[in-house]
Design a binder for this molecule. Structure first.
Ligand code: NAP
Length: 473
């Protein structure tokens, strides 16, 4: 059998589809999986691509099957498993070979691995891949972190397998060491916020307006033709329209309201906090998943309070129009937060993250893909702004959309419907757009109890208040 050009470890959902994508694009690929029976199954099911796949029983076989210098993709569970694969690869690879971690690594791990391999003769790339199973198979969005030289060596194959938006590949080199995995993490954080806000709107439609899944599906399908057009809105419509083959009831009604999470949303919130950047919509989305997991407590609390939910009354068409616009406004705030986190991280870690390019490579292939990202790319390309909310086009869009967000959050609060991500997006917007806030009082309190001092509006320097003996110290 002819030599492979590239190798891949981990034939799970993502790895197997990525391997077929690589093979289909004309690159012979050697594959290895911990559970070796899976390797055989994968090869047997590769159909017309079988000749392009070299199944390997050991990592030693994998290394021998690839023509040097060897690029090897690791697509296994993030964490310890990646370190184990790297340790094994160090023993079988040689000078100039490239190890590419394509899983959802925490970028701190990626930075550590990058450093560990720096003087080993091997090159390390940390690469975020988004798009789920379908994306991996037919074109994901790929966020690459590593040296520019290492990117040049894998650019051709990654460009070939990536998603395309109007012919432009959705892959880019974003910076050194952890840049790719950091951007992928924030992509997922934004995805959490997007999904949570959609679920909150679904809650208003279901519990506030008393609509059934099919009716709600058609609302989302209509919205998908407008400004909200996106993969997540499209799949929401499909999910709501589906029936459970077992009971014949709407599938969504048969699913327990307890959301899972694997960590990238939480990492986004943690990094935002570490960088001192408010990412309240992402934080609210993570917290909402945590509260969702407390099913038994929630059921008990519902009994204890016995309040239920009040209907949302009024002109239905007007409410639906408001819901669409409210979701759009919430989305703007969430993306503004995500990009602000990336901007701060770029400075902190010296990455020089290209924000317009990030928006561009998210336009296709990934889970948050949408037309909206093209608008963001255009806004960032027009010139640097402190925050997406300050880009002229976004000022206009937010001026138009925020009153609807305000009305929906107010109506939902009155009805007892939780909208944690939407309401925190509104609070973020209102806090951001007001030149005079209320932290003067916080500064006074801090000075009162801790003599922390404050700035005056009419003089430079640090000052203390006339709190006298009432101050606790
Ligand atoms: P998966 O279907 O659960 O497959 C996991 C793979 O990792 C299997 O090949 C498994 O081998 C291997 N593995 C697990 N622990 C291992 C260990 N200690 N040593 C060696 N191999 C080990 O997972 P997946 O969905 O493909 O995800 C792979 C990576 O991609 C993860 O980092 C995930 O977060 C990321 N990701 C997933 C998605 C998605 O939509 N699924 C999207 C983007 C990124 P065995 O067959 O032997 O168990």
């Amino acid at each position: 059998m002819a030599e492979a050009e590239i190798g891949l470890i981990g034939l799970g959902v993502m790895g197997s589809n990525l391997a077929l994508n690589i093979a289909e694009n004309g690159h012979r690929i050697a594959v290895f999986n911990r559970t070796t029976s899976r390797t055989g199954e994968f090869h047997a099911q590769a159909g017309s691509l079988q000749d392009m796949v070299v199944p390997c029983e050991t990592i030693e076989d994998l290394a021998a099957a690839i023509r040097p210098p060897r690029p090897v993709i690791i697509m296994v569970q993030a964490g310890q498993a990646v370190d184990e694969q790297i340790a094994h690869l160090r023993g079988v690879l040689s000078e100039n070979d490239i190890v590419i971690d394509a899983g959802n690594a925490n970028f701190h791990d990626t930075m550590r691995r990058f450093k560990d391999l720096e003087n080993s003769g091997l090159t390390f790339i940390g690469m975020g891949v988004s798009g789920g199973e379908e994306g991996a198979r037919h074109g994901p969005s790929i966020m690459v972190g590593g040296t520019e030289a290492s990117w040049k060596r894998v650019e051709k194959v990654l460009t070939a397998i990536s998603a395309k938006y109007e012919g432009e590949p959705c892959v880019a080199w974003l910076g050194t060491d952890g840049a790719g995995h950091f951007v992928k993490t924030i992509h997922n954080g934004i995805e959490y916020a997007d999904m949570q806000m959609i679920a909150e709107i679904y809650g208003v439609l279901r519990d506030g307006l008393g609509m059934g899944p099919k009716e709600i599906a058609s609302v989302f399908a209509t919205w998908n033709k407008g400004r909200l057009n996106s993969y997540l809105i499209e799949i929401t419509a499909s999910v709501l329209a589906a029936d459970d083959p077992k009971t014949g009831k709407p599938m969504v009604d048969m699913i327990l309201d307890r959301a899972g999470q694997k960590g990238t949303g939480k990492w986004s919130a943690i990094e935002a906090q570490q960088l001192g950047i408010p990412a309240t919509a992402i934080e609210a989305a993570v917290a909402a998943r945590v509260i969702s997991s407390l099913k038994d407590e929630r059921v008990a609390a519902e009994k204890a309070y016995g309040m239920g939910v009040s209907p949302v009354s009024g002109n239905r068409d007007a409410i639906l129009a408001d819901l669409e616009l409210a979701l759009f406004a919430g989305k703007i705030a969430a993306y503004a937060q995500g990009f602000a986190v990336m901007s701060a991280a770029s400075e902190e870690f010296d990455w020089n993250l290209p924000l317009p390019t990030i928006a561009k490579i998210w336009r296709a292939g990934c889970i948050i893909r949408s037309q909206f990202l093209d608008t963001i790319a255009t806004a960032f390309n027009a010139g640097p702004v402190a925050n997406l909310l300050m880009a002229p086009d976004f000022v206009q869009m937010m001026k138009e959309a925020n009153p609807a967000l305000r009305r929906i959050v107010a109506r939902a609060a009155e009805a007892g419907l939780p909208t944690p991500a939407l309401s925190s997006a509104l609070a973020y917007f209102d806090s951001y757009r007001l030149g005079r806030g209320t932290s003067n009082l916080i500064q006074a309190q801090r000075d009162f109890f801790g003599a922390h001092g404050f700035e005056r509006i009419d003089a430079d320097g640090a000052h203390h208040g006339p709190w006298g003996s009432g101050a606790a110290g």
